[in-house]
Ligand binder design. Structure first.
Ligand code: Z15
Length: 824
């Protein structure tokens, strides 16, 4: 096994580096060693940032030891592995999560305490790694946590975007990498060439071709170790950064042309510089396709290089490799695998296709037409000419089969084709993903149903589709963000095992009827609300009443998510308060309405919604007539670490997308797990959540998905006045237009979307929304009943762990087994 040097010397050195997980002095030693050596700082003269960095480096040492053991164990064992390709990884902070997963939180807390620092303060020095926009990116982060925890051999692949251009009021990009990032390991030796543009020459009498010319750059690997909870197993997230092939053009430099000499270098680096800031919205930019191709090609070259070390024939690839595509963003990897097999490995076309279609599986995350990727054919052909040729062949074979099954049905062929006809033509990535995958899944039961019955109706046979309902990791979204509730659960169950088997919390459901437990549960909620109130006071100068109902709608700003329904409900409440007699006021429940979320920079209506929220907050929060009955809060710069403070403090989880539009939602799961009651439409995973918590413990509202189309049609083609659709909403609009919240004209374009067409049924669901809110208020008056429902909600969430989701993928799609690293 040992190939260099003296084995005993090596082993003794490795031993000497071991730190016992309970050894406070040992941990302090490693922290101080990083202070004085890695950071070159003076031990006695250190600020919190320095202390955070040294602590993070010490934790990283622990992670890397495990990472190395996992990697060499899996290299030796060669199990089938899953590769999770996601263009977004919304990881948030790492330090707290890492020490919890290592079971070293107490040790680090004591060690840093002894060195003169408060561990919580150090945690707050860390920047969020925000390589994602919303649900899709955060789902990937939860899934890799679960893959590591379940000991499944798997890696994530993504892009190392340097800045996430954000969409809040100020368009300041978030330079999360402007400090040294201790959580990533540059692997300058792991790099692959990537080609763009160029020309294709066919090789006569073969399906092969030679693709040459154009531009080349390199994709360089950065590795992020992902520790599993209570296991040695440590997964890897490999992120690619673009680099020039030669850093610098010496000829231009020597000729005195400095700009040209660095141009090629910065051109290449620009490819991975930004995270596209849209969520659920396709923008069609060439740079984005470049990002996708660089990431997919590098990942495939990496995966195939690992496979080739096994010295097996290509047709066994599907026994060792499964690639899960997180949405259509990595679909080009299907074509890239075909290209490599055919052109470089000389595998015959049909054999290559047989292999490829056993390797890929595709997860769809949306039915919204504006989110479906379709590349203009000229753009695609210019950037990836060889790939387009392969797509033509894939499409021809596919349509030939369709024609055989449905002779003469030209309409069907046009609908199903990977190429959309028109000027220009388009490449439909979802169709390509479906045709190239052995399994396609949606992310909640209703969503998977809709995929099969509507947008992808005739694209795949029944057993090609399945459902895997999303889940969230209970380590971050309960243990880490709500330590006191986690402790109560552990104490009551008598073990921590629920953290890796969340189903067990259902054993606590009867505690809803235990007055003492209810008291403890409620105290924790109040403490979490007080913690949020402190943050709101210190960061935004806002006072909120912890005895009020905290309603939380925390998600990207999007018309289909209907922050408007919530906001117009608040205005309705405000008008009611203004009119109320002192007697009536006493009966009005106190509300604190909390919004958080970003809008894409170019999404005009979404930004207008933020503007109205902020202006309503300004008026409502300062109106003496309102007193403590209503507060409106918009939290800027929403992030994973902000969510970790909001979620444990929520009383009500607001999930009110138009039925049929939200594929799943995941904040509904996080909020439910922390005891927030569901106020939601019959959409996405709300359906399954309501089923599990029981409909009498949730507040459901609005039209059903099956009825949306008819109502929408009538809104457009047999329009009635807003007054007729909802007199309450008409009154709200009047108040806005009258200038109650500043110049009413500003909001005309927003209001117009509802006056006309009302595509998302805001007016049609407004009455039902207000009725559901009334039920919320009634229940709040009975705190014991409220707490019962809150307990029943939290402990009915056992299915919504990402461990269950990932296990579902492993069993029904990936066919992979756990392969735990031996614990010595
Ligand atoms: C995104 O965050 C989601 C879907 C998308 O197609 C894109 Cl591009 C981004 C979200 C869904 O809107 C949400 O319902 C779902 O819970 C989440 O993905 C994870 O599946």
């Amino acid at each position: 096994e040992w190939t260099v040097g003296d084995a005993q010397t090596w082993k003794t050195a490795i031993e000497a580096e071991q730190v016992d997980k309970d050894d406070v002095q040992g941990v302090a030693n490693t922290v101080v060693r990083h202070v004085t050596t890695t950071l070159a700082r003076q031990a006695g003269n250190l600020d919190e940032l320095g202390a955070y960095q040294a602590t993070a480096l010490s934790v990283r040492d622990q992670l890397l030891k495990r990472w190395n053991e996992t990697t060499s164990y899996h290299t030796k064992n060669a199990p089938k592995r899953v590769y999770y390709l996601s263009i977004e990884w919304l990881m948030g902070r790492t330090l707290d999560n890492a020490v919890l997963n290592l079971d070293m939180r107490n040790t680090y807390e004591s060690a840093t305490q002894k060195l003169g620092f408060n561990f919580e303060d150090l945690l707050n020095e860390e920047r969020d790694a925000a390589l994602g926009n919303g649900g899709l990116g955060r789902l990937a982060a939860c899934y890799i946590d679960s893959m590591a925890t379940l000991n499944l051999p798997g890696w994530g692949y993504g892009l190392r975007q340097l800045i996430s251009s954000t969409g809040e009021q100020l368009e300041a990009p978030d330079p999360w990498l402007d400090r040294e990032n201790p959580w990533e390991i540059p692997r300058l030796d792991v790099s692959y060439p990537i080609r763009f543009y160029g020309r294709v020459e066919a090789i006569p009498n073969s399906s092969r071709a030679i693709w040459s010319g154009g531009n080349e750059c390199l994709a360089v690997a950065y590795d992020v170790p992902i520790p599993g909870f209570a296991t040695k197993n440590t997964a890897n997230l490999r992120l690619w950064a673009a680099r020039p092939i030669q850093g610098f053009d010496l000829n231009s430099f020597n000729a005195g042309n400095y700009e040209a000499s660095v141009a090629s270098s910065s051109d290449a680096e620009n490819i991975t510089r930004v995270l596209y800031p849209n969520d659920n919205m396709y923008a069609g930019k060439e740079l984005r396709l470049k990002q996708q191709y660089l990431w997919c090609s590098a990942s495939l070259q990496d995966i195939l290089r690992r496979y080739q070390k096994l010295n097996l024939p290509w047709d066994q690839l599907p026994d060792y490799v499964v690639i899960q595509m997180n949405d259509t963003h990595p679909t080009i990897s299907i074509v890239e695998l075909m290209r490599i097999l055919i052109d470089e490995e000389e595998v015959p076309y049909d054999v290559a296709w047989g292999i490829t279609t056993k390797v890929f599986a595709y997860t769809n995350h949306t039915v919204l037409p504006e989110a479906l990727e379709k590349w203009p054919l000229p753009l695609f052909e210019n950037l990836l000419p060889r790939h387009l040729q392969i797509i033509y062949t894939i499409n021809m074979n596919f349509l030939n089969e369709v024609a055989k099954r449905f002779p003469g049905d030209m309409d069907r062929i046009r609908r199903m084709s990977i190429i959309e006809e028109g000027t220009p033509k388009f490449v439909r990535m979802a169709h390509l993903a479906i045709v190239g995958s052995f399994k396609v899944n949606g992310v909640a039961a209703l969503h998977s149903q809709l995929l099969q019955s509507t947008i992808f109706r005739d694209l795949k046979g029944r057993d090609g589709f399945t459902n895997v309902t999303n889940g969230v990791t209970p380590r971050r979204w309960l243990l880490q963000c709500n330590p006191r509730l986690a402790q109560l659960i552990t104490d009551t169950l008598g073990s921590e095992h629920w953290l890796v088997n969340l189903k067990q919390i259902s054993q606590l459901l009867p505690m809803a009827d235990n007055a003492e437990f209810r008291h403890a549960f409620r105290e924790i909620k109040i403490e979490n609300k007080a913690r949020l109130a402190d943050v709101l006071h210190s960061e935004l100068g806002l006072s909120v009443d912890v005895d009020s109902i905290f309603t939380c709608q925390i998600k990207r700003l999007h018309e289909y998510k209907r922050q408007t329904l919530n906001l117009f409900g608040i205005i309705h409440r405000y008008l009611r308060i203004k009119k109320a007699t002192p007697q009536e006021r006493k009966k009005i429940a106190k509300h604190t309405a909390i919004f958080a979320g970003k809008a894409a920079p170019g999404y005009y209506i979404a930004k207008l919604v933020i503007r109205l929220i902020v202006n309503v907050a300004k008026i409502v929060n300062h109106d003496p007539d309102v007193g403590d009955l209503l507060r409106v809060v918009f939290i800027p710069d929403y992030s994973v670490s902000v969510a970790e403070v909001l979620i444990p403090a929520a009383d009500v989880s607001v999930q009110i997308s138009t039925a049929g539009t939200e594929a799943s939602g995941t904040s509904n799961m996080k909020l439910g797990l922390n005891g927030a009651l569901l106020l939601g439409t019959v959409d996405g995973a709300n359906v399954e959540i309501a089923e599990d918590v029981g409909e009498d413990n949730a507040f459901l509202l609005g039209h059903l998905a099956a009825d949306v189309e008819a109502v929408r049609y009538s809104n457009s083609y047999n329009p009635t006045s807003l007054e007729e659709r909802s007199p309450e909403l008409a009154a709200v609009f009047k108040a806005i237009e009258a200038g109650t919240f500043g110049d009413g004209h500003v909001y005309e374009p927003l209001l117009k979307t509802i006056y006309d067409h009302d595509y998302y049924l805001v007016s049609n669901d407004f009455g039902s929304y207000l009725a559901a809110e009334n039920l919320v208020d009634e229940l709040w008056a009975d705190q014991e009943e409220w707490t019962k429902k809150s307990i029943r909600t939290a402990f009915a969430m056992g299915s919504f762990t990402s461990d269950r989701s990932v296990q579902d993928y492993a069993d029904s799609i990936w066919s992979i087994e756990p392969d735990p690293v031996p614990e010595n």
